[in-house]
Design a protein around this ligand. Structure first.
Ligand SMILES: Cc1ncc(COP(=O)(O)O)c(C=O)c1O
Length: 398
């Protein structure tokens, strides 16, 4: 996370507590190199390279033509909230458990992470999260002056949480535990036994789970399990999900939180105070996404699986790299510590010298030191080109 230093001229002190997503910075540098005539393989940003499925685009265009161009309620259009409630409960094998009143719609999952944490964290409260992790959780919690406690993921356990360490770090100030399964940046997936132990802790110590399930459709082995499915967990879980990854809709900006009923009006109040509501025609496209055929989502996922296998098997053939097979999301998180622990410098070298844009693992937290993150949401041809370039350039890295 790159902190912005407050300066004497008008920028407030609180800004120094904000983090940021390195992926956007690397993307900007990669584009600048392309403008100079370089060819870059883009594996830095976490977005499907597919186009949004046709029926969803058509619904968005039709909604604009039909003048869905006015404000909506801050929690979202009633029909969209109903459709999300129905889909989300069915997908999680608990038909009927969610109601419109549980659903808060936002411009992507990210603002709902922010607004949910704003609704629950006071200064001094403790937020626990995985290390490495998507940077938004710690950025928001630190901004709110909560205490953040990272818990390392264990590579030998396919990047599952160290639950003994988690148990030892829970305190009477623990307000929120963030889990993210499948996980960005490692592709790790928590097992039922992990979730059961986490659920028992949450109940014993009375804390909330923020379960970031944005990659719940990008799952390669078995069936997705949400912690909310475990007994007694519905009322203490906020699920964050959205359309960006499953439906290739990153730029549309559409996500949602599934929130216990008492909390939903507070998260909505933060919506009201910030973006007011999501673009109306985008919400209409969201209805079409969830009501329409599911086949495009499954097809995209099958393609991700092929790319995952190609990338990970290829990385493991390169001396100095070892890479666990990710079980979800669309990221590989190879261990490069034999070559260097300075992953950020290696990522810079890969971009500048090899023309492969990727991220240093430590931009997701200290435990990411000595790893790189590659997004395999790109074609097999580009993956092959990246592998060729990495194999050629890594031995020259000093
Ligand atoms: C773990 C995780 N959560 C949430 C998001 C936010 O997604 P969006 O705001 O596009 O819905 C991302 C995006 O990369 C992510 O990786």
């Amino acid at each position: 996370m790159a902190a912005i230093a407050p300066s004497a001229d008008r920028i407030c002190e609180a800004v120094s507590r904000l983090g940021s997503e390195t992926a956007f910075e690397v993307l900007a540098r990669a584009r600048a190199l392309e403008a100079q005539g370089r060819t870059i393989v883009h594996m830095e940003i976490g977005e499907p390279d597919f186009d949004t499925p046709e029926h969803i685009k058509e619904a968005g265009v039709a909604a604009i033509r039909e003048n869905y161009s006015h404000y909506t309620p801050s929690a979202g259009i009633a029909e969209l909230r109903d459709v999300i409630a129905e889909y989300a409960a069915r997908f999680r094998k608990m038909p009927g458990v969610f109601k419109r009143e549980n659903i808060v719609v936002g411009p992507g999952a990210k603002p709902l992470i922010w607004n949910t944490l704003c609704a629950v964290l006071d200064p001094g409260d403790q937020l626990i999260y995985a290390d490495p992790a998507y940077p938004a959780y710690a950025s928001c919690a630190t901004y709110l002056q909560a205490e953040v406690t990272p818990i390392p993921l264990i590579e030998s356990k396919n990047f599952r949480l160290d639950l003994d360490e988690l148990e030892s770090k829970v305190s009477d100030r623990t307000k929120v535990l963030v889990i993210n399964t499948p996980h960005n940046p490692t592709g790790g997936v928590l097992l039922r036994s992990d979730l059961e132990r986490i659920a028992a802790l949450a109940k014993r110590h009375d804390f909330l789970i923020l379960s970031d399930e944005i990659y719940s459709r990008n799952f390669y082995q078995g069936e997705f399990l949400s912690i909310s499915e475990l007994p007694g967990m519905l009322e203490r879980t906020v699920i964050v999900d959205g359309f960006s990854k499953a439906y290739a809709m990153t730029g549309w900006r559409l996500g949602y939180a599934i929130v216990p009923e008492n909390l939903a009006p507070v998260v909505t109040l933060f919506n009201n105070n910030t973006f007011s509501c999501v673009a109306t025609f985008v919400q209409m496209a969201g209805i079409a996404a969830l009501k329409g055929p599911d086949e495009p989502v499954r097809r995209m996922n099958e393609t991700f699986r092929e790319r995952r296998d190609r990338l990970v098997n290829g990385l493991n053939r390169i001396p100095g790299i070892s890479c666990k097979m990710p079980e979800g999301a669309f990221y590989a998180f190879p261990n490069v510590s034999e070559a260097t622990r300075d992953d950020k410098r290696l990522a810079r070298y890969m971009l500048e010298d090899a023309g492969v844009a990727c991220l240093g693992g430590s931009s997701f937290g200290k435990a990411g030191e000595g790893y790189l993150r590659f997004s395999y949401a790109t074609s097999i041809e580009q993956i092959d080109l990246a592998l060729e370039r990495i194999a050629e350039h890594l031995p020259r890295f000093k």
